[in-house]
Design a protein around this ligand. Structure first.
Ligand SMILES: [Zn+2]
Length: 234
């Protein structure tokens, strides 16, 4: 199995807030050595670098309000991070980008060019809004590394991060008041990015994200294997 996934792939997780993108990305990082593009962290670093730039200030205002950042702004930040890693032949995971068609129009063709058309895929985690809202309201992260602690029964009694023992907190972005905005922005702005992937010949694997975490993970690995064996290397 591991031999099949040795070929570097670029995996895009697309799904509504609360669909479990980061949890599933975490498994792939641990098991197969993928590198995750830390979208939010890269954007926050950009804010910190240029706090007096009016463009940056407007993007920061959007970010703090739970709105989506503008496409070209995010795409350039992402590609700066991606290019050197892709050049080393490492597998990459996107779980927070592209969030808009603008971003996708820059990122997707670049990734297809860098990784080869047969090594890029989308995992679309599909979940009803009600189920996702419930999960978001009770999801926690750890202080040390932002490891996500899913709001599922097996984690209900945990008070410290199982990986590093650090304290847990609820992310400000996960505040229920901002959740409605995040869902409508996902439907209106992020879901249409699937058309850009299709237009670039990237296959989309649909997975029911209301299943258990392990069941989803098994389907994710099966999708990666199918992608790795479905087309000859270019
Ligand atoms: Zn942790």
């Amino acid at each position: 199995m591991e031999g099949v996934i040795m070929r570097p792939q670029a995996v895009f997780f697309v799904g509504a807030p609360g669909s479990g993108k980061d949890t599933q990305a975490g498994f792939l990082i641990e098991e197969f050595g993928f590198i995750q593009v830390p979208s939010s962290k890269l954007i926050l670093a950009k804010f910190a670098q240029n706090p007096d730039d009016p463009v940056v200030q407007e993007e920061k205002r959007k970010f703090d309000a739970g709105e989506l950042n503008s496409g070209p702004f995010v795409a350039e930040i992402m590609m700066e991070f991606v290019r050197p890693i892709a050049a080393q032949g490492r597998g990459l995971i996107f779980s927070g980008s592209p969030r808009t068609v603008f971003e996708a129009e820059v990122e997707v063709p670049e990734m297809v060019k860098v990784y080869g058309a047969d090594s890029v895929l989308v995992i679309n985690l599909v979940i009803p809004d009600e189920v996702a809202s419930q999960r978001i309201a009770s999801r926690r992260l750890c202080r040390a590394h932002n490891h996500p602690i899913p709001a599922t029964p097996e984690f209900a009694n945990i008070t410290k991060c199982p990986k590093d023992g650090s304290e847990l907190y609820v992310r400000d972005l996960d505040d229920p008041g901002k959740t409605g905005t995040r869902f409508s922005e996902y439907r209106k702005l992020t879901e249409p990015t699937l058309d850009i992937f299709r237009a670039n010949g990237v296959p989309i694997f649909l997975i029911d994200a209301s299943q258990s975490i392990q069941a989803i993970h098994q389907e994710v690995v099966a999708a990666l294997e199918r992608r790795a064996t479905s087309a000859p290397r270019q």
